[in-house]
Design a protein around this ligand. Structure first.
Ligand SMILES: NC(=O)c1ccc[n+]([C@@H]2O[C@H](COP(=O)([O-])OP(=O)(O)OC[C@H]3O[C@@H](n4cnc5c(N)ncnc54)[C@H](O)[C@@H]3O)[C@@H](O)[C@H]2O)c1
Ligand SMILES: [Zn+2]
Length: 358
């Protein structure tokens, strides 16, 4: 089958590889759609980061580069391994793409399996990936979705789960106001979860297309251009002079973080979602004097069922965020190139590894 394989920085090859063997406790998924993620771009430009370098196998997967890429995907079950009784051929599914040690409790009562030692992701750390015609995944990480959810939209459930967990981390409740710094895929999906919960959403974003997307999709009440307006003053105006209850950092840009520090009210919470390649600074005095909480968030933990319910119930519509569709052969020249050099013109680009969806 065809697969996109990561060999090293700036070296991704579309190759013919052997499909993974079906084992007990696993299912085979024929991949429908796979999203290109900022993390894939980081691996391409600056990696390997999550991908285990050639000669240094990952301690859990036992694999090293080359590995198949793709961790945001949807598909249809084509084979069911021995012992899997609650999934069937033909089921529509998405994957929570974790690689986690077998002795970690990943049950419904766990709230920290995503923080366990050597955690990595399917599609980065080994175990196949969504940028292939099919993938074999352990039952634990497969989530069934209703057939009424379009499979292209379902490919966005993984980043939506990132957003869902980030919103959970903030403790925000309905009726409050949130500021989201950055309206890339992650900022927009965070806004979508906030709106679905009844939170008033202000986004700050430089790209006109992305600001427009935030408004047209209905996920933001207000979209500010930080190059033109004083974001802190605007947020204060919209909140009776008090500031936002919570803020989300989804840019990894220092000035955005500084703005959020000023734009939250006393006792405000700032959730940092973006991945920072270098240390950042912040004004400790402001943090102390306003009793601000700054919180990190990574991935998701038992977040997929609630996230899927938001999509199945129609409370979140993911269609507006899909701005491009390509085949596997166009992955680097079309997909990566657009997101690296013209990212303000796109939001989520989906890949159809079999070409059937195009
Ligand atoms: N914590 C996690 O689990 C997790 C999961 C997935 C992605 N991420 C990270 O989240 C971050 C966002 O991802 P993305 O795919 O949305 O990235 P992106 O680069 O597409 O979006 C960032 C947005 O920030 C905007 N921006 C830049 N400077 C700005 C400024 N001064 N003011 C306002 N907006 C500004 C850009 O125009 C862009 O639209 C990345 O760092 C990514 O690695 C984290
Ligand atoms: Zn991702």
């Amino acid at each position: 089958m065809k697969a996109a394989r990561y060999y090293g920085r700036k070296d991704i090859r579309i190759e013919d590889i052997e499909p993974q063997p079906l084992e007990a406790g696993t299912v085979r998924i024929d991949v429908a759609w796979t999203g290109i993620c900022g993390t894939d771009l980081h691996e391409y430009l600056e990696g390997p980061i999550f991908v285990p370098e050639h000669g240094h196998p990952h301690p859990i997967s036992g694999e090293d580069a080359p590995v198949t890429l793709g961790h945001e995907f949807s598909g249809v079950i084509s084979e069911v391994g021995e012992g899997v009784t609650d999934l069937a051929v033909g089921d529509h599914v998405v994957v929570e793409p974790y690689i986690i040690r077998d002795d970690v409790n990943t049950g419904p009562d766990s709230n920290d399996y995503h923080l366990s030692p050597d955690m990595n992701f399917i599609g980065l750390g080994g175990r196949g990936g969504g940028l292939a015609e099919n993938i074999v995944v352990q039952r634990r990480w497969v989530h069934k979705i209703d057939a009424s959810v379009a499979l292209d939209e379902a490919a966005l459930i993984e980043p939506l789960s990132v957003a869902y967990h980030a919103v959970q981390r903030s403790g925000v409740v309905a009726g409050q106001t949130a500021l989201v710094g950055g309206a890339g895929p992650i900022g927009l999906l965070t806004a979508a979860v906030l709106r679905a919960l009844g939170v008033t959403v202000i986004v700050s974003e430089l790209s006109p297309l992305r600001r427009q997307k935030a408004l047209d999709s209905g996920v933001a009440d207000v979209a500010l251009n930080p190059a033109e307006v004083d974001v802190v003053a605007e947020v204060k105006k919209l909140t009776d002079g008090k500031g936002a209850h919570v803020a989300f950092e989804a840019t990894s840009v220092q000035v955005v973080f500084d703005t959020l520090m000023d734009a939250v009210r006393p006792t405000g919470v700032i959730v940092v979602i973006s991945i920072w390649g270098k240390p950042a600074t912040f004004d400790m005095h402001k943090l102390v004097m306003k009793e601000i909480d700054v919180r990190g968030t990574i991935g998701y933990v038992n977040s997929h069922p609630a996230t899927i319910a938001l999509v199945e119930s129609g409370k979140i519509d993911l269609k507006p965020f899909i701005t491009g569709r390509i085949g596997l052969e166009g992955l680097v020249d079309e997909g990566f190139d657009t997101l690296i050099n013209r990212n303000e013109t796109a939001v989520k680009i989906l890949v159809s590894p079999t070409g059937k969806g195009l």
